[in-house]
Design a protein around this ligand. Structure first.
Ligand code: AMP
Length: 299
């Protein structure tokens, strides 16, 4: 094994994350890495990291690829009355987790003033209409405009080759895919699988809002989606009925269901029941106490 091969292996195995706060510091690190011929992968998060977030970093931590993770609780994607103030901010614990994982080179933890230099009210907005207004967007008006607005900024700051997002937020993924194509953004989008607790609950920072009783009920969301998935796999095409039955199940389990739908996986358009070869996704959201849980399963 050559010396350069050795050093590449070492770099892929254990990385010590440096934490920076400013756009300028990110740009400096990126240009050094670019000058050395390395590529950049980017994992945006709102922090309060769990194994799902870490798995995304691990998937892109390839030799000669630097991994940048951002931790930023983005105010513009929270509606009035949502949990922006309560959202867990745990930078010390997050830094320890990322350090132990050894898969991140740069942790970017900016303040809102760095990301939105003209203030939130005067900030330029990026909006992806239609899909941004349905499913989660219908219940969270403005949410996806906030996501698009922050991801565009973060992509302009980090200039990654690869953007890594989780399947857990499937509508967000499809929206970002559309935005990247529509705005001709020079980045390749990748999806990492949803990490789950042993009982099937998708890992989420919002799971900490659940009390013990709610936590015990929470896997019912994934279970309800799985029943729909299995029925569709078995050939059922009465998607509206399946969704309605799943919402009923969720209500019986103590949830306040929002939506459960079967959609075309490629773009979340209405599913065409007559198309036997269409790839589909079962996607749902429901409140359990003050936690809004979302999940999805590919058929
Ligand atoms: P968040 O911090 O919740 O905004 O999520 C940051 C990124 O992590 C997004 O791309 C999410 O889709 C992804 N993510 C969140 N939860 C999970 C999970 N349980 N498994 C895999 N990826 C996840």
């Amino acid at each position: 094994m050559s010396r350069s091969g050795d050093s590449l292996r070492t770099k892929a195995a254990a990385r010590s994350p440096r934490t920076v706060r400013t756009v300028r510091a990110v740009r400096e690190a990126i240009s050094e890495w670019r000058a050395a011929g390395e590529s950049i992968a980017f994992v945006p998060t709102m922090g309060n990291l769990h194994a799902g977030h870490l798995s995304l970093a691990r998937l892109v931590a390839e030799p000669r690829t630097r991994v940048v993770m951002s931790i930023f609780v983005n105010p513009t994607q929270f509606g009035p009355g949502e949990d922006f103030a309560a959202y867990p901010r745990t930078l010390t614990e997050d830094t320890a987790l990322v350090t132990a994982a050894g898969t991140v080179d740069l942790l970017f933890a900016p303040e809102a003033a760095d990301i939105y230099p003209f203030g939130l009210n005067s900030a330029a907005r990026v909006s992806v209409p239609e899909l941004g207004r349905e499913l989660d967007g219908a219940s969270r008006p403005g949410h996806f405009d906030g996501v698009a607005s922050v991801v565009t900024r973060l992509l302009n700051i980090v200039t990654p080759d690869v953007l890594m997002l989780g399947q857990k937020d499937y509508q967000q993924f499809i929206l970002m895919q559309r935005m990247i194509a529509d705005l001709h953004l020079p980045v390749v989008l990748r999806m990492g699988p949803t990490h789950r607790e042993p009982d099937g609950l998708a890992m989420s920072s919002r799971n900490r809002y659940l009390d013990a009783d709610q936590r015990a009920r929470a896997p019912a969301l994934q279970a309800a989606l799985a029943r729909v998935r299995d029925a569709v796999r078995g050939g059922a095409t009465n998607f509206a009925d399946l969704g309605a039955a799943a919402k009923q199940d969720l209500e019986s389990a103590g949830f306040k269901p929002d939506y459960v739908e079967v959609r075309r996986a490629a773009d979340l358009a209405a599913s065409n029941a007559a198309d036997g070869r269409e790839a589909r996704v079962v996607i749902g959201a429901a409140w359990l106490g003050r936690a809004r849980l979302i999940d999805n399963l590919l058929v």
